[in-house]
Ligand binder design. Structure first.
Ligand SMILES: Nc1nc(=O)c2c([nH]1)NC[C@@H]1CN(c3ccc(C(=O)N[C@@H](CCC(=O)O)C(=O)O)cc3)C=[N+]21
Length: 291
């Protein structure tokens, strides 16, 4: 069993990105600048956004955090987005999800200028991804491709079962891995909450991407020996024995699945840190594309 170490790989990536930033600066080019809009004070969202700001500092980017109260109107949020669209110093920005219920998420994502959409969530960029044109790949699927590639996990001709069809992970992952590309060329099955006989499918999988958001859902009896496991889930579970008051659980029951795996991502320290590193990579790209 080999751990797909997202913590180490993301650290390597950030060193590479920091090198590129130094080169840009040496050439007299501008410093990459990422902005993030956070609406409300959800604990997990604040953790992730703070991690993004910290990553910016580490690689030498400028960063701006726009903190809006929970009760912010859709109109005000759209105005903030327009300001970032028009601010020449900002190379890319993200609107942290989920948004409060009174805000139309699709409307917000469509307001972000595609050239600054480093999350890759705008319909234009989703279309470009689907057509295999240059774009910003969504950070979590991008990070998974990068991990598979760096660990030389064979994907060509392999059967990948993606569990989950979300717009930010399951759906793009299924599209990307079926494409002719590094970490692609796979045969992909997308499973979801309506899938019948899921275990029958996962038992046939060479690679399982668990992205359904149910803690410890995938158990050892559901996979074959030698499987590769990508665990995208990350749920906070109350645990009074921890200083933070919670522990993190993935969508995979690690204890029973790991012994049957050839490669597996841990939670924490797997897909999560890769997501942040790829957001940095997209921001660097956005900055380079401009100049
Ligand atoms: N517009 C937008 N873009 C996103 O990319 C986005 C988002 N909204 N909303 C939420 C999800 C989730 N996400 C994570 C990022 C880092 C970790 C991460 O670094 N996790 C650490 C643990 C962090 C902890 O202690 O909770 C780990 O897995 O090791 C996890 C999850 C980005 N997302």
């Amino acid at each position: 069993m080999i751990l797909l170490d997202g913590k180490k790989t993301s650290a390597d990536l950030k060193v590479e990105i920091a090198e590129s930033v130094k080169e840009l600066k040496a050439k007299g080019k501008k410093t990459p600048h990422l902005a993030a809009i956070l609406v409300g004070t959800d604990g997990a969202s604040m953790t992730y956004v703070n991690a993004k700001v910290k990553a910016c500092e580490l690689v030498g980017f400028n960063s701006t955090l726009i903190d809006l109260p929970e009760e912010t109107s859709e109109e005000t949020l759209l105005q903030e987005i327009e300001k970032l669209n028009n601010n020449n110093d900002i190379d890319g920005f993200i609107v942290q999800l989920p948004l409060p219920k009174h805000i139309d998420e699709q409307k917000v994502l469509m307001a972000v200028h595609p050239d600054k959409d480093v999350d890759g969530f705008h319909p234009t960029n989703v279309g470009r991804m689907t057509l295999d044109l240059p774009t910003f790949l969504p950070a979590t699927p991008f990070g998974i491709l990068e991990l598979l590639e760096r660990y030389k996990v064979e994907t060509s001709g392999q059967h990948v079962v993606v569990i989950g069809r979300s717009h930010i992970v399951g759906r793009p992952m299924s599209i990307l891995m079926s494409q002719k590309r590094p970490a692609g060329d796979a045969t992909v099955t997308v499973a979801h909450s309506r899938t019948k006989n899921l275990k029958e499918l996962t038992l046939q999988a060479d690679i399982v991407v668990a992205a359904l958001g149910i803690p410890e859902f995938l158990t050892g009896d559901m996979v074959k020996d030698g499987v590769t496991i990508i665990d995208v889930g990350i749920t906070r579970i109350d645990d009074s024995s921890k200083k933070s008051g919670y522990r993190l659980a993935g969508d995979v029951h690690f204890e029973s699945v790991a012994p049957k795996s050839s490669f597996i991502t841990p939670v924490p320290g797997g897909v999560g840190p890769m997501t942040i590193a790829m957001l940095m990579k997209n921001t660097l790209l956005a900055c380079e594309r401009k100049s």
